[in-house]
Design a protein around this ligand. Structure first.
Ligand code: AMP
Length: 529
C-alpha cells in the first residue's frame, strides 16, 4: 500500500513559481561592472526565465543538455539559472578563475551546448572558442545581447516537466587530485537542500532578509543561495565586482542584513572598514565557509551583534554540510566559549550524517569523543554518489563519501576539522593542485623531487610553498624555477616561496609524506604573513 498524498515532484522550477507568486515584487538589485545599477524582482525573473526557456528551445536545446555560464553575480545570471533548468537542461556554472587547460577540459567533458558569458570574459571566450568542441551557441550577458535574445520571446510557455531525479545542475570541483570532477545535482537533491538552507542556523531567511552573496554563483552553486533565497522570497543585492568599497557601500545603501563569503572576503571588508571608518549597522547574519574562519574574524562579527554561521561543506555536498548552530545552552555560555564553539565547523542539519573513520582503516568507525581525529565521511540526500561520467560510484556500500578532510567529532556532534588527506591547497576560496605544481617543477632538468604544501596566510588562508630537492651537481635559483613554473600554471598558483632541502620525507610505500612535511614546516612564516 502507498500513502495517499499528492505526488508533488520536487523540481526546482516550483521554487521560482513560488517566489513570483508569493513575493513577486521583492527586489533584485544588481551593481554591474561598469558601475551602473538595475532593479528587477522575482516576478520579472520568472518571466525572463520563461522567455529564456523559449529562446533555448528555438536553438534546439532541451532536456538534459548542458547550458554553461561564465559569469559573476548578477540578475541575468540568476535568470539563466531558472531558464536553464526550466527547459529541462543542466545548468553548468563554470569558474572563470580556472586556467585555460582546465576550462578546456571542463567544457568538453561536460559537453556544453550553450555558453552565456559576461563581457569581461570576452577575450577569454574568444581564445577558448577553437578548443571548446561542443559549444554551439555563445551569448553575451552584456551589451544588450542577452536581453535581445530573450526579448524576442513572449514568456508564454511552461517549464519542462520530468522526474524529480532528473539532473538540474553541474558543478566541477578541483578540490580533488587529477582533473576537475563534475558533481551532477538533481532537482530533488537541490530542492531538499534549498529547504534546509532556510533554517535559522544556516541562512536564517525570512521575507525581510536582504542578502548580498559574495560567494560567487560559479562556486559550489553559490552555496545554494539562488534557490533558498527564492524559496524565502528575500531581496538579493548582487555585485558583479568583488571590491570591498563597492560591497560596503551597497550593503549600507540597500540595508543588507545577510551576507556570505569565504574568510578572504570578510578580511578585505574589515580592512576597508578600518581604513575608512565604515560600519555595517544593518548586517545581522554572516555566513563564512569554504575555509576555516579565523578566531579574530568571528570575535569581531559577534561583538558587533552579528550572528555568524561558520559553515563546512563541499561542492560534493551541494554544499551544505554543517554550520555553527547554537546549542540549547548557548545563551548561558561565556562569550569566549561561544567563540571557541563557532571556531569549529559546527553541527549537521537534519539530512546530513557525519562520521569519522580510522585514517588507515576505513572500516573502523571512531568515537565521537572530542579527541580522536580521523577521516571525515558524509552521507545524505544531497551528497554525491558518483562523479559526472565516472564509471564507478565514489561512495562505499553504505553510501558514505570520503571527504578528504580530517577531523574530530565532539560528543554533541560538533565537527572540528584538523587536517586534510586530499593533496590540494585552498587559497582565497579556490583550489590549487599540489600535484600539478609538483609535476611542473620536476619537469625542470635541475629538479630531482618537489612537494607543494599549503602554509597559513592571513589574507588568503593558505598559500603554496614548494619544497625542492635539486639534482646532484645541478643548480637552479628560486626565481628560475618560478619562471619555469609560470609556463604551465596560472599566476596565482605560483608558490609564495621555494625552499631547497636535501631530503623530503617519505612514507612506508615510498610516497612523499605530506603529513610529515607539513609538520616540518608547521611554524614556517611567509614573508608577507
Ligand atoms: P569546495 O568543494 O571547493 O567548496 O571545497 C570544499 C572543501 O573546502 C572541504 O572539503 C574543506 O576541505 C574546505 N572547507 C570548506 N569549509 C570549510 C571550513 N569551514 N573550515 C575548513 N575547511 C573548509
Amino acid at each position: 500500500m502507498l500513502g495517499a498524498m499528492q505526488d508533488f515532484d520536487l523540481r526546482v522550477t516550483h521554487i521560482i513559481d513560488h517566489a513570483a507568486r508569493e513575493h513577486g515584487a521583492r527586489e533584485i538589485v544588481t551593481r554591474w561592472a561598469d558601475g551602473s545599477e538595475t532593479r528587477t524582482n522575482w516576478a520579472e525573473v520568472r518571466r525572463d526565465a520563461l522567455k529564456m526557456t523559449q529562446a533555448l528551445r528555438r536553438l534546439g536545446v532541451g532536456k538534459g543538455d548542458r547550458i554553461a555560464t561564465l559569469a559573476m553575480n548578477h540578475s541575468r545570471h540568476l535568470v539563466s539559472w531558472y531558464g536553464a533548468v526550466g527547459v529541462g537542461g543542466v545548468l553548468h556554472t563554470v569558474n572563470p578563475r580556472l586556467f585555460e587547460d582546465q576550462l578546456d577540459y571542463i567544457a568538453n567533458h561536460a559537453e556544453d551546448q550553450v555558453l552565456l558569458y559576461d563581457a569581461a570574459f570576452k577575450p577569454l571566450v574568444e581564445r577558448m572558442k577553437p578548443r571548446w568542441k561542443t559549444i554551439r551557441h555563445f551569448i553575451c550577458f552584456d551589451d544588450g545581447e542577452f536581453e535581445a535574445w530573450i526579448g524576442a520571446e513572449d514568456g508564454n510557455t511552461d517549464w519542462a516537466t520530468g522526474d524529480e531525479r532528473d539532473p538540474c545542475m553541474l558543478c566541477y570541483t578541483s578540490g580533488t587530485t587529477g582533473n576537475p570532477k563534475g558533481v551532477l545535482y538533481q532537482h530533488r537533491s537541490t530542492m531538499l537542500h534549498a529547504i534546509t538552507g532556510l533554517q535559522p542556523s544556516i541562512f536564517d531567511f525570512d521575507a525581510r532578509a536582504v542578502m548580498l552573496p559574495v560567494v560567487p554563483m560559479f562556486h559550489a552553486a553559490s552555496w545554494g543561495l539562488p534557490w533558498s533565497g527564492a524559496a524565502a522570497g528575500i531581496k538579493f543585492v548582487f555585485s558583479a565586482v568583488n571590491d570591498a568599497a563597492v560591497l560596503c557601500e551597497l550593503m549600507n545603501r540597500e540595508k543588507v542584513t545577510h551576507s556570505a563569503g569565504v574568510p578572504t572576503v570578510w578580511l578585505a571588508t574589515f580592512q576597508h572598514m578600518d581604513a575608512t571608518g565604515t560600519t555595517l549597522p544593518n548586517l545581522r547574519h554572516a555566513i563564512i565557509g569554504g575555509s576555516a574562519a579565523p578566531r579574530f574574524m568571528l570575535e569581531r562579527l559577534m561583538k558587533a551583534g552579528v550572528n555568524v554561521a561558520h559553515a563546512w561543506g563541499m561542492t560534493e555536498t551541494s554544499p551544505i554540510g554543517t554550520t555553527g548552530a547554537k546549542s540549547w545552552d548557548w545563551d548561558d555560555l561565556p562569550f569566549e566559549r561561544q567563540v571557541d564553539i563557532k571556531q569549529m565547523q559546527g553541527r549537521v542539519p537534519f539530512g546530513v550524517e557525519l562520521r569519522t573513520v580510522d585514517l588507515g582503516d576505513p572500516e573502523t568507525v571512531l568515537a565521537r569523543d572530542g579527541k580522536t581525529s580521523g577521516a571525515l565521511q558524509v552521507r545524505g540526500p544531497w551528497v554525491i554518489k558518483r562523479y559526472f561520467q565516472a564509471e564507478a560510484d565514489c561512495v562505499n556500500a553504505n553510501q558514505w563519501f570520503d571527504t578528504g578532510d580530517v577531523g574530530i567529532i565532539h560528543p554533541d556532534g560538533t565537527l572540528q576539522l584538523t587536517d586534510r588527506t586530499k593533496d590540494v591547497i585552498k587559497s582565497g576560496g579556490e583550489w590549487i593542485s599540489s600535484v600539478e605544481l609538483e609535476n611542473a617543477a620536476v619537469g625542470h632538468p635541475a629538479v630531482a623531487e618537489a612537494a607543494a604544501i599549503g602554509i597559513y596566510h592571513p589574507k588568503w588562508d593558505e598559500r603554496p610553498i614548494l619544497v625542492v630537492v635539486k639534482k646532484a651537481a645541478m643548480e637552479i635559483s628560486a626565481d628560475e624555477l618560478k619562471a619555469h613554473l609560470a609556463q604551465s600554471v596560472a599566476k596565482w598558483w605560483l608558490p609564495d616561496a621555494i625552499e631547497f632541502v636535501t631530503e623530503i620525507p617519505h612514507g612506508a610505500t615510498g610516497k612523499i609524506s605530506k603529513k610529515d612535511l607539513r609538520d616540518q614546516f608547521r611554524d614556517y612564516k611567509l614573508a608577507d604573513a
